[in-house]
Write a new protein. Structure first.
Length: 305
């Protein structure tokens, strides 16, 4: 079968190639992939997480070709959206039955493929902040895939969402998704926030601590800046005493949360915010645009024969 394989000698490490069909385990289904998505993290760290010739990719949607041998999971022919730490960038993938959700006919495959990593990460991060009704919640990197889902989910939960972007043009559409404020940088924040979801890291994460009120929680979800963070904790004590900071990990078991996100998508209550959509023949272009921060939201690729 055809797949996008990791090739360190190509631009952004992606090349179409022939690979063996995957063999499902006892509690896995085989899925014919209709659409997949690209995430900033899987591309930025591709060389660290994949060997040459490997098939990477986290998110994919499609149709079950073979049911799980142990009887768990959906039957042959079921429409599904799936998650796994590899194997999504291919015509077929195997996936654990606890890492998928059924799709109604009204949800098309491209929109569903945008959901797993970005949507579940956003959902679980907002939950980790606790009760956000009436609270000021800062979301950095709000123009990306996780950010645009987090803005919608936090606003839906009753938060006053401040969406922070790298430059003004990146904030387009965020108010329509529920952001009460859109800021470029943190210099004009005004009031402090009660909690924050940071996806940028580097110096910005340190600055986020300084705009969070005592007792607030800052979640370090990602490091899109690709820079490490240095925190002067003495200064932090003086300026933001009592603020907590946690390194957030999304965790396994996406099947527990994907059905909820799918239900929101089906009801028109969640916008997948697809900023780039094309055939996987243009995967290199898509990767360049995503890594170059020229995509607002998600990249979705349609998997063709």
């Amino acid at each position: 079968m055809q797949a996008l394989v990791y090739d360190p000698d190509t631009d952004h490490g992606l090349r179409r190639g022939e690979v063996p069909r995957p063999e499902p385990g006892t509690s896995q289904v085989l899925v014919g992939v209709a659409a997949t998505s690209l995430n900033f993290g899987e591309l930025a760290f591709l060389s660290h997480n994949a060997a040459p010739g490997a098939v990477a990719g986290w998110d994919a949607s499609g149709t079950v070709l073979a049911a799980a041998a142990d009887g768990s999971g959906p039957p042959v022919g079921a429409r599904v959206v799936t998650f796994g730490w590899s194997g999504a960038w291919a015509q077929e993938r195997v996936v654990d039955t606890g890492e998928l959700a059924l799709l109604p006919d009204t949800v098309e495959f491209g929109a569903a493929a945008a959901l797993p990593v970005a949507g579940v990460t956003a959902l679980r991060a907002v939950r980790r902040l606790g009760a956000v009704v009436g609270r000021r919640v800062l979301i950095t990197g709000a123009s990306g895939g996780v950010g645009r889902f987090a803005v919608q989910i936090a606003a839906r939960a009753g938060a006053h969402v401040i969406a922070a972007v790298g430059r003004p043009g990146r904030g387009e559409g965020l108010r329509e998704l529920g952001a009460a404020e859109v800021v470029a940088g943190l210099n004009d924040m005004g009031e402090p926030v009660d909690g924050a979801i940071d996806q940028v890291g580097g110096r910005l994460l340190s600055d986020v601590l300084n705009v969070t009120r005592p007792g607030g929680l800052v979640l370090s979800v990602g490091m899109a800046s690709l820079q490490s963070t240095t925190i002067d904790f003495e200064q932090a004590r003086l300026r933001a005493g009592g603020v907590r900071i946690e390194s957030f990990v999304v965790g396994p078991g996406f099947g527990a949360d994907l059905p909820y996100l799918v239900s929101l998508l089906a009801a028109g209550l969640l916008d997948p915010q697809i900023g780039w959509r094309s055939s996987w023949d243009r995967a290199g272009e898509a990767a360049a645009a995503l890594l170059g921060r020229r995509v607002r939201g998600k990249v979705v690729l349609e998997v063709k024969p």
